[in-house]
Write a protein that binds this ligand. Structure first.
Ligand code: NAD
Length: 483
């Protein structure tokens, strides 16, 4: 990994293939989540910068669209190779910006972006943009200029999954990365330059939601917004985009259940749930944050979960021996702690962890660490059962029969992911078919990167990844030809 203490100050936006001074002078500090020290900064741009970036994307659109899928695919593959070349540098930045431990920062955080570009290239190469339907011809065309607005928890992946599939489909893009973790978006812009991507195809403007995100959503030339973030911001983006009837794709929050059926191998099921929950220190929209278990096995589950959670080491994300790193920001730490306090206040049973700081070395006491925490006897009305916590906090809920298990699983405004564990595949599948969620793991099954990613209910609209994600970025035209 690169120098873990180097500072990175980004001073300009990447617009029209060049680094351009922002129209504003303000900058935002970026904090090292392991220490609380400033590790860099990025511009806090304004509406004028959005204007320039949208103009550049608009200018680049016709040539990029007309290039065709196979020629676009070559650029995508070049980007993938340039991303690979900067893998260690980006992993080091993400470990510090977000607190992702070595396994995640060098794994899914930085490998998925490469796969996104390679898979999008495969699709662009072979996709049939035109096909006959009776006497008509159905043509799929790029939508136009896409605004991509992203969250901080997977800062590089969220930018690249949008950009890769949007440009593969022939669109051009203006990215607004999270102001909490903007640094890898600057390295991504370097990647685009090194790969020789034509000017204006992808532009990056740094800044906040109100000052850059909202002008981007409202801009009349932006024809679609692809957003990942909170349901609160997603609702606002939907409102603004509705004024010009622009398409929105929303990847929002989650409160995903893991239903453990009475015949499940308990050890495996609980271990699966905890390991999933702790990935990226619980800072995941699709983590299984509610464990729904048979009441007569509650004691065993509590014991297993408490043991698995409290034996995990908490410490700096740069050290591979530490399995749980810090959260991304002081605000996130405060938020997670206040949820732990609300669990205690509202009468849930604390079986591991708690709101106090974990034991840490002197140099990490300013970092954003929390104790991995397990609550049991959580009832559906409690705040920790209903709201997204986005940290290493598990809520265990007990059921008396499978009907109640399904009811509890669906008793949420979210519907992003779920998991079902049973000794019998068919029983697990039967329960999975009744859960309202976009992605369901059956008996420990994992994600296929080409499969659609997205949620039901207030977890969002649309899908990312693979062909489903690619098609989100296409319009459909019916050409009516004479018989
Ligand atoms: P957030 O909603 O605060 O911010 C996300 C992005 O939106 C940021 O870039 C922010 O600047 C911008 N933004 C905020 N208000 C805006 C507005 N009014 N107009 C335009 N842009 C605006 O979310 P966050 O704290 O960065 O991320 C955490 C959230 O993201 C969690 O709720 C999590 O579940 C969600 N998330 C969802 C997925 C998914 O795929 N479903 C993946 C990762 C994170």
């Amino acid at each position: 990994m690169n120098d873990t203490h180097a500072r990175l100050d980004v001073t300009r936006n990447y617009i029209g293939g060049e680094w351009v001074d922002p129209t504003t002078s303000a900058t935002g500090d970026v904090f090292d989540s392991n220490t609380g020290d400033v590790m860099g900064s990025a511009p806090l741009s304004g509406a004028g910068d959005v204007e320039r970036a949208v103009a550049a994307a608009t200018e680049a659109l016709a040539d990029w669209r007309d290039l065709g899928g196979p020629a676009r695919a070559e650029y995508l593959r070049a980007i993938a190779r340039e991303l690979e070349a900067r893998h260690d540098h980006m992993a080091g930045l993400i470990a510090r910006e977000v607190g992702a431990n070595v396994a995640i920062s060098t794994g899914s955080q930085t490998l998925t972006p490469v796969m996104s570009f390679d898979i999008a290239a495969d699709i662009a190469e072979t996709y049939r943009f035109t096909e006959p339907l009776g006497d008509n011809m159905i043509v799929r065309e790029p939508i136009g200029v896409i605004g991509a607005i992203t969250a901080w928890n997977f800062p590089l992946h969220l930018v690249t999954v949008k950009a890769a599939f949007a440009i593969a489909a022939g669109n051009t893009v203006v990215v607004k990365p999270s102001e909490v973790a903007p640094l890898t978006a600057a390295v991504f812009a370097e990647v685009l330059h090194a790969a020789g991507l034509p000017a204006g195809v992808i532009n990056v403007v740094f800044g906040t939601g109100p000052d850059v995100g909202e002008p981007l959503v409202a801009h009349p030339a932006v024809r679609m917004i692809s957003f990942t973030g909170s349901t609160r911001a997603g609702r606002r983006i939907g409102e603004v985009a509705a004024q010009k009837v622009a398409k929105v794709a929303l990847e929002l929050g989650g409160k995903s259940p893991l239903v453990i059926l009475p015949d499940a191998p308990l050890d495996d099921a609980v271990r699966f749930g905890i390991e999933d929950l702790l990935l990226n220190n619980g800072q995941r929209c699709d983590g299984y944050t509610r464990m729904i278990v048979p009441r007569d096995r509650l004691g065993e589950v509590e014991q297993l979960a408490a043991e698995l959670m409290s034996t995990r080491r908490v410490g700096p994300s740069s050290e591979s021996i530490n399995e749980i790193g810090p959260l991304a920001s002081q605000a996130q730490k405060d938020r997670v702690r206040s949820y732990i306090e609300s669990g205690i206040r509202e009468g849930a049973k604390l079986v591991a962890g708690g709101p106090e700081d974990p034991d840490l070395a002197e140099e990490n006491r300013g970092g954003y660490f929390v104790r991995p925490t397990v609550f049991s006897e959580v009832t559906p009305d409690m705040t920790i059962a209903r709201e997204e916590i986005f940290g290493p906090v598990l809520s265990i809920q007990a059921y008396d029969d499978v009907e109640e298990a399904v009811r509890l699983a669906n008793d949420t405004e979210y519907g992003l992911a779920a998991a079902v564990y049973s000794g019998d595949r068919d029983s697990a599948l039967a329960v999975a078919s009744r859960i309202e969620a976009g992605m369901i793991s059956v008996n420990g099954g994992g994600m296929d990167i080409r499969a659609p990613f997205g949620g039901y209910k207030q977890s969002g609209l649309g899908r990312e990844f693979g062909q489903y994600g690619f098609e989100e970025f296409l319009e459909v035209k019916a050409l009516r030809l004479p018989a």
